[in-house]
Design a protein around this ligand. Sequence first.
Ligand code: MN
Length: 133
Amino acid sequence: MPPRILIVEDNELNLKLLHDVLEAHGYVTIAAREGAAGVALAHDSHPDMILLDLQLPDISGYEAVRQLKDDPTTQAIPVVAVTAFAMVGDERKALAAGCDAYIAKPIVLREFLALVARFAGRPPQGTGQPDDC
Ligand code: MN
């Protein structure tokens, strides 16, 4: 079974980009467009990793990760914050809220895939080089 990644992202273009890159590299993705829906989906489907946008339309990513890490059912799932707002202090704030790592948009593909592999593992049949798309 390939690793399953939950993407919590309200921007359709970013969601499609993350989805396309991950699926092209052999991962399976599921998605939520709001924070509360993301928390619920994580609880119900136990993904191997969560990519979490910090700016969401309902609860913030910070609040979402607090809920995930407070719940014994989801607290072991690695959460990587993804945000366009790479401002000073964001990384520290994301880590303080419970995120396991942080990646800033625009995403550098090679770094992104290395981070995903580190937390979610590699698909059993990787589709080639980390920079092939
Ligand atoms: Mn957003």
